[in-house]
Write a protein that binds this ligand. Structure first.
Ligand code: SF4
Length: 188
C-alpha cells in the first residue's frame, strides 16, 4: 500500500462505501466524528469542485491519525486501494475541468427544470405505489459521486441533460441518469 494513496483512497471510499465510512468513523478519535457527520449532510465537494470546509477538516484529522487509516484500509486488497486513490484523483480533476467548462454553459431554464421535476415526482409516486424499495444511502451517495464528476452538472446542482436537481433526483428510486452513468437499480 503506497503512503500517498492512503488519504485519496480513504476519501473515495468514504463517498461510496457506507460500511467503510462507519468502520473508519468508529476507529477515529471522537473529536473527528463531527466531520464525518458534516460530510454526510453537506457533501465533500462544493459545486465549484473544491473541497467543503468539512472535507478539509476531515483530511486534517485523517492525516493526524494515519496509523488508524492504514489499519482500516489494510482490510482491503492493496489493488483496490490504488484503484480507489486513482478514482479519487480523477474525480477531483474531472470536477475542476467540468466546473470550468460548465461555468461557460448555461444551466437548464425554469421550464425545463419544472417539467423534469413534475415527471420525476409522477414516476416516483408510481414507484412508491408499486412498492419499489427505497434507495439505500450508499446507492444515493454513489449516484451523487458520479454526478459530482460529470460534465453535465451545472453550478446550481442541476443536470444540463435532464434539467433535474441532482440532489433530489438521486434520491428517487424511479429515476435514472439520462446518460446511463449511474449504477443500475433493480426494479424490486
Ligand atoms: S444525472 Fe447523469 S448526466 Fe446528469 S449530472 Fe448526473 S451523472 Fe451527469
Amino acid at each position: 500500500m503506497k503512503k500517498e494513496d492512503l488519504i485519496p483512497a480513504c476519501l473515495q471510499l468514504i463517498q461510496i462505501d457506507l460500511s467503510f465510512r462507519a468502520s473508519l468513523r468508529a476507529a477515529m478519535p471522537i473529536q473527528s466524528h463531527r466531520f464525518f457527520d458534516d460530510i454526510e449532510s453537506s457533501g465533500m465537494f462544493l459545486p465549484n469542485g473544491m473541497l467543503t470546509p468539512a472535507a478539509h477538516s476531515l483530511i486534517k484529522a485523517l492525516n493526524l491519525a494515519l496509523p488508524v487509516v492504514e489499519k482500516i484500509l489494510s482490510t482491503r486488497p492493496p489493488k483496490q486501494i490504488s484503484k480507489r486513490a486513482s478514482s479519487y484523483r480523477a474525480g477531483v480533476e474531472n470536477r475542476r475541468a467540468a466546473h470550468s467548462k460548465a461555468r461557460k454553459e448555461p444551466a437548464p431554464g425554469l421550464m425545463k427544470r419544472a417539467g423534469s421535476l413534475a415527471r420525476a415526482i409522477g414516476s416516483e409516486t408510481k414507484a412508491i405505489a408499486h412498492k419499489r424499495p427505497k434507495l439505500t444511502p450508499e446507492q444515493v451517495a454513489a449516484r451523487l459521486a458520479i454526478c459530482g464528476s460529470c460534465d453535465q452538472l451545472r453550478s446550481n446542482r442541476t443536470c444540463a441533460k435532464c434539467g433535474c436537481f441532482v440532489d433530489a433526483k438521486a434520491r428517487f428510486r424511479s429515476q435514472g441518469c439520462p446518460l446511463r452513468k449511474w449504477p443500475a437499480v433493480s426494479a424490486g
